[in-house]
Design a protein around this ligand. Structure first.
Ligand code: LLP
Length: 421
């Protein structure tokens, strides 16, 4: 359930017509719904309510500071993977003791930043990282709380580019070596072991891979405790998928996911941390774009939009499907026709959908890509010198631009011509 619905024939974000926002900010733009963000965050807190827990929003999925403030004010923690994301969490007013730091390549500088302002824990991904963190903490006279991310060698059954829990993936340490790595961690100065971390992939549409991974984590918790380690937190990562295609069967619900966590790990008495991104932000956002031309090709019609792969890269990068809705609701008997939906960027990969059935559209019509809140704006680039598009947040009948479209002057001013040229 999200808050992008037709009302009186016009697609709305909550109580605001998307056409009204388009008239005010221009197209293309991203638009997020506070009600949907709030609801999806609450689904997780409800699902985990039988256990002590912290829901840490994966900032990488949608990093606008206004969105982070909204979630932070609801009580969310944050999962960050860079100094930049860490700074965003702080800028949103999130308390450092609710920020977890993930990622395979944390630099000494990022470690220093987090240790200076405070951190709930580092999710350490390798032995060299663990030794580097120990050295940084000692040099600063601090203690770094850590979990170690284990790689359980489980097939997440998702797109290969976003599966992370197989042994051939770069993430975590092999779970088979966990005992010796935890022993070394315990012997290093400046580190305090607080738990175990696991994350097997993104856009998972079944519970079974989670179950396999979490059972291994349960076993490891017992083993590590028997070896004398204090394991009080289990960070279970993110990854629960969303229904991108309304026509497909829906992935499991957060409530079922919570029940699985309770069943596999509840008996251990640990605080459960999860790092969902997509399920909170994905269906909370749409990308609104305008038809520039309808071009009749030899054997197909192209819908050429003013949004392109640089604004929403998921279709060209992962072959991802996003539902596309006309912003003006088609009359009931309207016959759909197939379009190849493309952007203006100069490569064939700039294709959002092929042979997509849509009502007849003409230049100037608006369309909305659904489920674009996660990994949309954050993955955008200025390829083809197209300015990053604005982000808009809606609450009830109000909306605000939460990131403005940069001017061409701002863009050009970032480049400098050396004086010797
Ligand atoms: N925690 C860690 C350590 C992660 O690496 C990720 C996602 C998450 C949490 C959040 O996962 P989520 O709940 O959002 O599935 N750009 C890709 C997705 C990359 C996911 C990377 N890691 C896409 O557009 O599908």
């Amino acid at each position: 359930m999200d808050h992008f619905q037709y009302r009186n024939g016009a697609l709305h974000a909550e109580d605001v017509a998307l056409s009204e926002i388009a008239a005010s900010v221009g197209t293309p733009f991203y638009c997020y719904s506070t009600a949907t963000l709030t609801r999806h965050y609450s689904l997780f807190t409800e699902a985990l309510s039988p256990m002590p827990h912290l829901v840490c929003f994966a900032i990488k999925s949608l990093s606008n500071v206004a969105v982070l403030k909204l979630l932070g004010d609801l009580g969310a923690g944050m999962d960050v993977v860079s100094g930049g994301e860490y700074r965003r969490a702080l800028a949103a007013g999130v308390s450092p003791d609710k920020i977890v730091f993930s990622g395979v390549g944390k630099t000494a500088e990022e470690m220093r930043l987090a240790l200076t302002h405070g951190i709930r824990q580092f999710n350490v991904e390798s032995e060299p990282e663990m030794r580097a963190l120990s050295a940084v903490a000692v040099e600063m006279g601090k203690i770094a709380p850590i979990t170690i991310r284990v790689n359980p060698d489980v097939d997440a059954k998702t797109h290969e580019k976003i599966a992370t829990g197989k042994k051939e993936n770069k993430f975590g340490i092999p779970i088979s070596r966990a005992v010796e790595v935890y022993a070394e961690a315990a012997s290093l100065p400046g580190l305090q072991i607080v738990g175990i971390d696991v994350h097997i992939g993104s856009q998972l549409t079944e519970l079974e891979p989670f179950e396999q991974a979490y059972k291994k984590v349960a076993e490891l918790t017992e083993t590590l405790r028997a070896a004398g380690h204090t394991i009080t937190r289990l960070d279970l990562g993110g990854g629960l998928g969303i229904p991108y295609e309304r026509s497909n069967t829906a992935p499991p619900l957060p409530l079922e996911y919570g029940a699985l966590i309770q069943r596999t790990l509840g008996h251990l008495g640990c605080e459960i941390e999860i790092e969902p991104g997509r399920l909170i932000s994905g269906n909370s956002g749409v990308l609104v774009s305008k038809v520039i031309y309808v071009k009749n090709g030899e054997d197909r019609d192209f819908l050429i939009l003013d949004a392109a792969m640089n604004d929403l890269v998921r279709p060209s990068m992962y072959g991802a499907h996003h539902d596309i809705l006309p912003v003006v609701e088609p009359a009931p008997a309207t016959e759909a026709q197939p379009y190849d939906v493309v952007g203006p960027v100069c490569e064939t990969g700039d294709t959002f959908a092929k042979a997509r059935d849509l009502p007849p559209l003409v230049a100037g019509d608006l369309v909305a890509f659904r489920s674009a809140g996660a990994y949309g704006a954050v993955m955008a680039s200025e390829y083809n010198s197209r300015p990053l598009i604005p982000e808009v947040l809606v609450r009830g009948d109000q909306f605000a631009v939460i990131r403005a479209r940069p001017s061409y002057e701002e863009i050009l001013n970032r480049d400098t011509i050396p004086e010797w040229l």
